[in-house]
Design a protein around this ligand. Structure first.
Ligand code: MG
Ligand code: MG
Length: 255
């Protein structure tokens, strides 16, 4: 069931989204060669704590997960697509790092992700990151009243495929509100004109993921969480929480 948010609720979600943006900025600021992934998590956690916000990631345990998620950030490096656990691994020159963060403030959730490189960046990684961001922008531009979920999916997928990248099977965006994952699902590829009609007050997390090799298949690593590309090629991820309004899409996780 899709929950339509009131304008007051959207303002409350904006407050949660702002905390997410600040936590992502702090984690990104902390990221440097030699810094451990756990230190990025600590930087984000300090922002959540300072804002009086909780984490929808910490302790999260969907049916398929063998253990609760142990951190406030997902940190996914190089061939990791999403859901990486921030551990003691230290960042190296040229690492491609995706960080995904959520916050719960006054009962409302925000969810966003960014990808960046550490140290010397490969031009191919810069293109991969830019494509994920362009796909997110295209998806958000399609998130208007009267369009359908399929229009967002189509807009996202077209940008990724035009660049020759793979789109991981079985992963995509979602409704967001008092829970991190609500209806509807927002696939990263689809047919225009299909799916649920978008209405004022719907809030969606739109989150393109791209795989450099052009292949779509992934697997879950032995930690039970980290999703990696099947062929070891690199992946990027970009996400915002977006409210659909009569005045157009509003990015609730913007800085
Ligand atoms: Mg996310
Ligand atoms: Mg999400």
């Amino acid at each position: 069931m899709v929950e339509i948010k009131t304008d007051t609720s959207i303002e409350a979600m904006r407050a949660a989204g702002r905390v997410v943006a600040q936590a992502l900025a702090a984690a990104r600021e902390a990221a440097a060669v030699g810094v451990s992934l756990r230190e990025l998590d600590r930087a984000a956690r300090a922002v959540l704590d300072g804002a009086g916000a909780g984490s929808p990631f910490l302790g999260y345990r969907p049916r398929w997960a063998p253990v609760p998620f142990p951190a406030v950030l997902c940190v996914s490096v190089n061939d990791a697509v999403v859901h990486g656990i921030p551990d003691g691994r230290r960042l190296r020159h040229g690492d491609l790092v995706s960080i995904d963060c959520g916050a719960v403030l006054a009962g409302w959730v925000g969810d966003a992700a960014v990808t960046f490189t550490v140290g010397r960046a490969e031009p191919a990684d810069a293109t991969l990151i830019r494509t994920a961001e362009d796909a997110l922008a295209a998806g958000m531009a399609a998130a208007v009243v009267g369009n359908r979920v399929g229009d967002i999916a189509h807009a996202v997928g077209r940008v990724c495929r035009a660049a020759g990248y793979g789109i991981p099977d079985g992963h995509g965006g979602h409704g967001v509100g008092r829970s991190m994952h609500e209806d509807p699902g927002v696939p990263n590829e689809g047919r225009p004109g299909r799916g649920m009609v978008l209405r004022h007050g719907m809030v969606l997390a739109i989150e393109p993921m791209v795989i450099a090799s052009g292949r779509d298949d992934t697997y879950t690593a032995s930690d039970g969480w980290t999703v990696r590309t099947a062929d070891g090629s690199r992946a990027a991820h970009a996400e915002h929480t977006v409210a659909i309004t009569d005045d157009g899409p509003r990015i609730l996780t913007a800085p």
